[in-house]
Design a protein around this ligand. Sequence first.
Ligand code: ATP
Ligand code: MG
Length: 412
Amino acid sequence: MKMSRMGVKPEKMAPKDAETINHKLLVQAGFVRQLMAGVYTYLPFGLKVLRNIQNVIREEMDAIGGEEILMPMLHPAEIWKKTGGWDSIDILFKLKSRTDRDYALGSSQEEVVTPTMKEFIKSYRDLPRMPYHIQWKFRDELRSKSGIMRGREFLMKDMYSFHLDQADFDRFYEIAKSAYLKIFARLGLDAKVTEASGGDFSEKISYEFEVLTDAGEVNILYCDACEFCANVDDLSQYKEGDACPKCDKSKLMSSVAAEVGNVFDLGQKYSKAFDLKVATSTGEQIFPIMGCYGIGISRTMGVIVEKFHDDKGIIWPKNIAPFTVHLIDIKQPEKAQEIYDTFKSKGIEVLWDDRDINVGGKFSDADLIGCPWRVVVSEKSMANNEIEVKGRQSDEPEMMNLEKFIGNLNSD
Ligand code: ATP
Ligand code: MG
């Protein structure tokens, strides 16, 4: 992408009304714009990052047998009345049509996925099934001041699973938990798994995936010697400084964290509500056990900015950066065009700042936008037929030839 052709440009200053780092940096660098509290437009750079995160999640969901679908956001009130959610879920956005009918905007999709899958799940041979989708969710949140981390409209991946019995559910639950940890690791995040109550969904066990960050809203206790982690709000039997109840090797530490994902055992709540029954191998009719598995995609993008930035701007992990290379030329447009074309022909995502502005401004915008590599083409570098390469977090640019740099990227 050439910056001279882009409508969206980075700003000199962060927005004054922004309270969080992700809001400030994402607006200043030109990734998002806020329409109102908790509602954002994703601009070209922001959309690229959102899609990169989605792709990692999609690969891991497909790898564990997920089948991607796309369910609607606009729901008839009847399905929410069937499960009681219409009256009990306070964050549900409700609206009326001009013919006075009631509708809800999806805050979650159990009420849609269960009657949909009922058409396809008739016998034990049709199980297990794991449909998932990536879709915008709506929640009437009271406080939406954490930038894109708490939206009233936000992007979620939600998977739902249907199983013949508890044993099969338990088997898949572990697989899903491992896939989640793999996803967060690929996104550059160290996610801790807490045990927590099932919240609105059921009395069964659920697990939250928490990333330590001051911008989060969850108080957790964790052990640095093992993977023990508890949500303090749910599991008040523990306190800071207690010996770790799991390994006894260290003392529990407290921190604030952001919930990036959540998995629930839904039991038979929704299969019963929608009368989804299957025939077992002996001909008995039973209600399948269901699970649901959410990841807050837009929140995760915000958490990544909170974790990976410095006073100059964002530092994107390489798997989700909007571009791998940020190319800057110092009065070498022909040579830069050649290098730009080479990157593109090798499938390397490249942003070329070909604007007619001073080079200092280009350097500070490169730091603000936060691509992993800055490549400078100048008369000096070209004297030896080289480019100047600098990692986003390094202070030391290095001279090398283009082939060597591309080779390094490919082996990275
Ligand atoms: P929270 O406790 O933060 O309100 P939740 O437990 O109600 O979240 P879930 O129903 O478990 O959320 O949704 C699955 C995932 O969607 C969460 O783990 C979180 O990452 C994300 N999420 C939930 N609410 C929001 C929101 N308002 N804005 C952005 N992401 C959200
Ligand atoms: Mg949750």
